[in-house]
Every structure is written in C-alpha cells, then in structure tokens.
Write a protein that binds this ligand. Structure first.
Ligand code: F6P
Length: 357
C-alpha cells in the first residue's frame, strides 16, 4: 500500500492536471494498492489539513484541462518559518498532517518558490518528489518545465495578431510577455512571432539602441515595428542599481510596468504611434498544447515509477533530451536564466533581431 499526498503550488499553468494524471495512472496500473490525498490550494491544504481523497477516476478526462483540479496558492518561502496570524507553525503543521495521514510521500508540483519549501520538507525528514511546472521555464536542473510550451504558443499568437494590426496602422507595438525575472518565454515567443526587437532581463537594454533599431526599420521602409518585451526587462542604467535603489526608482515611474514607460519614451523620441498589448494571464490559461500534454504525462509517469521504487528527494526533470531525477537539494534556490552567450541569442541576432544591447 502506498499513501500519496499531492499538491499544486504557486502560479498555475497548463498541464498540471496532465502531470498529476500521469503520476496516478502509473500508480494505479501497478500492482500496488494506492491511496491518494489531494491537498487543496497548495501548501495551504497541507498546513491546514484540507484535502480530498481521490480515486483513479478523478484523474480521468483531465489530460486536456488547464488549471489544476486541486487549486493552487502562493505561500511565500520567506515567511514559511513564521507563524501564521493565528500562531500556527506552518512547517510543524505540514509535518503533523503528513504523519497523521501516514503518508509514504508527497508529490509536489510547482516552480521556484515551491521547490524551496519542498526541499525544506525533505530536510525535515518527509519523503518528497517534485515535478517542474511554470510558464517561466526558470527552474534549475531541467531544460524544460511543463506549461512553458503552451505559454509560448499563446504569447506567439498574441504577437501574430498584433502583426496584422500594427502593419495596417504603421504603428510600433510592444507586446509584454510574462516570465517573471527571466526571458525564456519572451525570447521564444518573440522569435516565433517574428518580433523585430526582443528585450529580456538577462540582456539589459539601452534605450538609444532600441530607438536606433526602430528608426532603421523606418528608414528601410517598414511601416511597423514589433517589440516583444519581457515583464522583467530592465535598462542598462537600472540594471546597475541595487535591488533597493531600483525599487525606489520604480516608484517614480508613471506606470507599474516597464512596457508603458518604454512606449512613452519611444513615442516621444520617434514621433510615431506606439501601443502596448499585455496578454497577461491568458499565457497561463486554457488547454495545454500537445507538447505539454506528452511532456507532463511522461514526467508524471516517471515520478510514479520513483514512488513505486521508494526513491524520494528528487525533482523529475528533463536534461539533454532525457528524463532525469535531480536531487531536490540541487534545485532549490537556484534560478535558471537565458545566457546572453547562448546559441539561440546568437542566432536571433544573426536573424537581425535587436536586443537593444
Ligand atoms: O511564475 C508564473 C507567473 O505567471 C510569472 O510569469 C508572473 O510574473 C507571475 O506568475 C504572475 O503572478 P500572479 O499570478 O500572482 O499575478
């Protein structure tokens, strides 16, 4: 008998359900008896003992369903050791619920913050297996996270749609792409959508270079310019500031997002019309794309196999085209970022895409 606790934590993404289904299918197809405890709304469910007992059939028909059947929430790692407003010790409460239900292991699906807490629970003696979810693709130890490809598709579609209207009106358009502090999503959607300028946090931009790239297109007879701008894009000037100084400076900005600030500046300096489009959370919504369905199912199945073998303390990831198990201790607290020296950046530049650097 295996008693498995499962939870999805942090910002949702496509294929969370596909991944959980993969784990459960693998387990129910084995000879082992399994009990599945689905904790609701991420770590909150584990802290406060909110769970649903789930059977194999609860995971039927969810392969194509976006979101998460368990619900999700963010419980910040930086306050995980602090008691909640009612004095509940969150880490102790999670341990107690784990032991009370006599769980063999926890399957935790999440991104960076989630992995820090998962590793903490491992250090506290719980058996943990994790699966890498996030549209940002910023998890260390895996070349790919599920949700990423689906989000690339949606952001690309947004850029595609903007192309036609930008060209009709001869406008400069900024499409602001999610990705938190990294640029994988913007880089891939920008290239797929044929963006002329791509601004990502890993390559701070110089506004003069951005203006030059737009003006060059105008001189070459292009009627429009598309910029794919990561929500975390930063200017060279701002990148030199300390975190605190940058936060302070942001307060003086007219808009909460870098895209609108940029749009103002571009409009002022080029005299052309500039518009901003923010696809926002649509990038995390809807059905997973076929790639993510297959990828998340594979990761889930491999996680199920590790559970059957009683191998815990790993994230199931993907490296050099192979599914791998990565020690949780190696994953937690590290951010994977786009390398400015990577082949894809070099190739984008060869294609004439400006990074504003
Ligand atoms: O980590 C996924 C993500 O969608 C980021 O790309 C984005 O910065 C953030 O979550 C948005 O968070 P929230 O859903 O809490 O607004």
């Amino acid at each position: 008998m295996k008693r498995i606790g499962m939870l999805t934590s942090g910002g949702d993404c496509q294929a969370l359900n596909a991944a959980m289904r993969g784990v459960v299918k693998c387990l129910v197809n084995s000879n082992e008896d399994v009990e599945i405890y689905g904790f609701l709304d991420g770590y909150k469910g584990l802290i406060y003992g909110n769970f649903r007992m789930l059977a194999g059939h609860d995971f039927s028909g969810i392969l194509t369903k976006g979101g998460t059947i368990l619900g999700s929430s963010r419980v910040p790692f930086k306050t995980i050791r602090e008691p909640d407003e009612n004095g509940v010790d969150k880490v102790e409460a999670m341990k107690q619920n784990y032991y009370k239900l006599r769980l063999d292991c926890l399957v935790i699906l999440g991104g960076n913050g989630t992995h820090k807490t998962a590793n903490l629970l491992r250090e506290e003696g719980l058996n943990v297996i994790t699966l890498p979810k996030t549209i940002d693709n910023d998890l260390w130890g895996t070349d790919m996270t599920f949700g990423f490809q689906s989000a690339v598709n949606i952001a690309t579609e947004a850029i595609d749609c903007i192309h036609t209207t930008a060209s009709s009106h001869g406008r400069t358009f900024i499409v602001e792409v999610m990705g938190h502090k990294v640029g994988f999503l913007t880089l891939n959607a920008g290239m797929a959508g044929g963006a002329d300028i791509i601004l990502i946090p890993e390559i701070p931009y110089d506004i003069n270079r951005v203006i030059e790239a737009i003006e060059k297109r105008n001189q070459d007879g292009s009627r429009f310019t598309i910029l794919a701008v990561a929500e975390g894009a930063i200017s060279k000037e701002d990148a030199k500031l300390s975190k605190k100084e940058y936060k302070e400076k942001m307060k003086s900005y007219k808009y909460p997002s870098v895209s609108y600030e940029l749009a103002d500046e571009i409009q002022k300096r080029t005299g052309g019309e500039v518009r901003v489009t923010v696809p926002g959370h649509t990038q995390r919504g809807g059905s997973p794309c076929p790639y993510d369905r297959v990828f998340a199912s594979r990761l889930g199945a491999e996680a199920g196999e590790l559970i059957l073998k009683g191998e815990y303390g790993f994230m199931v990831g993907y490296k050099n085209r192979e599914i791998v198990k990565v020690p949780l201790a190696d994953v937690a607290g590290k951010l994977k970022m786009v390398s400015p020296d990577s082949d894809i950046v070099k190739e984008a530049k060869l294609l004439g895409i400006s990074f504003g650097d």
